[in-house]
Design a protein. Sequence first.
Length: 174
Amino acid sequence: MEISYKQILHKINTFIFDVDGVLTNGMLTIMPDGELVRHMNVKDGYAMKLALNKGFRVCIISGGTNQAVKSRLAALGIEDIYLGAHDKIKQYQEIIEKYNLQADHILYMGDDIPDLPVMTKVGLSCCPNDAVPEIQQISKYISNKKGGEGCVRDVIEQVLKVNGKWNDYFDAEA
């Protein structure tokens, strides 16, 4: 009997997210000076900060190297930010060892092929609804939201609600 993703939500204590295509819509604006500009959803930011303040772990593993992205995420209180990660398994293993985690307590949300190796190892693999077909195929949950349009908040909200930690107000300014 296949287990529904909803049966796994209560076990999750750690969220790991990719950036481009998950926290952003995957589009890059190239400025005249060559700077790459990304857009992030403030509702995703609120949810990540709330999760941290409720005792959940939030980590980032991204192939991108934009320091503005790192600054934004650090300002939300995220400490485990791995940028320039082209072999994401290495950073995933670091997180597992650093916090002595069990894979079935981890939710990973990715959208493209570089996320696939980690997504096959975690308890709950998720993706935005505009993820590539290979990622959708292995995901236990596909958000009804696109990357950069609230898919991160979607999964965090579901986990926090199942654990009774969503509705009690907290000023998690995003």
